[in-house]
Design a protein around this ligand. Structure first.
Ligand code: PRP
Length: 180
């Protein structure tokens, strides 16, 4: 499944594999929301590129919004507390909302966001996560739409970073162990 693109980065999912999978997710969302409108809520920053591609794979009427949450210090001991640092711009009451995430890891971020957005009384609330690391879960939460399920690997590219770098890689790559 993996192939070497240069001396350091191994591709886990190529841009073609991502494109195919995102198109499938788009068709699934089109079927599920036929005749309805959808608000895609991207979680900054990692989800920006997935949201851009997912939105263009969806034919049902859709709009975007974005939220941002504070990082709770992954990789270090922390309280696991998540805070909202950028709220929705538009009300979502009575609307079909899909939270769009690049990766579902411990589930702390999505557990927090789902609870928060639920308080706005949307008509429906689902989650689309491009990557899912089920083995890392601390909160019991699942995404209704999942691109790829992966083991506990440090991934970069297609929106995902290491110290803010690599978000622009078109493929999803494995972070070389010696650099992470
Ligand atoms: C990543 C990702 C999710 C969160 C998932 O964001 O985009 O928001 O972690 O992790 P969890 O399931 O353990 O809560 P990150 O904090 O790396 O910020 P970024 O999106 O700006 O890269």
């Amino acid at each position: 499944m993996t192939s070497t693109v240069d001396s350091t980065l191994q591709v886990l999912f190529s841009r073609e594999q991502i494109r195919h999978r995102v198109a499938e997710l788009g068709r699934q969302i089109d079927r599920d929301y036929a005749g309805e409108k959808v608000v895609l809520v991207g979680v900054l920053k990692g989800a920006a590129i997935f949201l851009a591609d997912l939105a263009r794979s969806i034919s049902v009427d859709n709009t975007f919004d974005f939220v941002a949450v504070s990082s709770y210090g992954k990789g270090h001991q922390s309280s696991g507390a998540v805070k909202l640092i950028k709220d929705l711009d538009q009300p979502i009451e009575g609307k079909n909302v899909i939270i769009v995430e690049d990766i579902l890891d411990t589930g702390l971020t999505l557990h927090f966001l789902r609870g928060l957005l639920d308080q706005h009384q949307p008509k429906s609330l689902r989650v689309a996560a491009l990557l899912d690391k089920p083995s890392r879960r601390l909160e019991k939460i699942e995404a209704e739409y999942v691109g790829f399920s992966i083991p506990n690997q440090f991934v970069i590219g297609y929106g995902m970073d290491f110290a803010e770098r690599y978000r622009n890689l078109p493929d999803i790559c494995l972070m070389p162990a010696e650099d992470s």
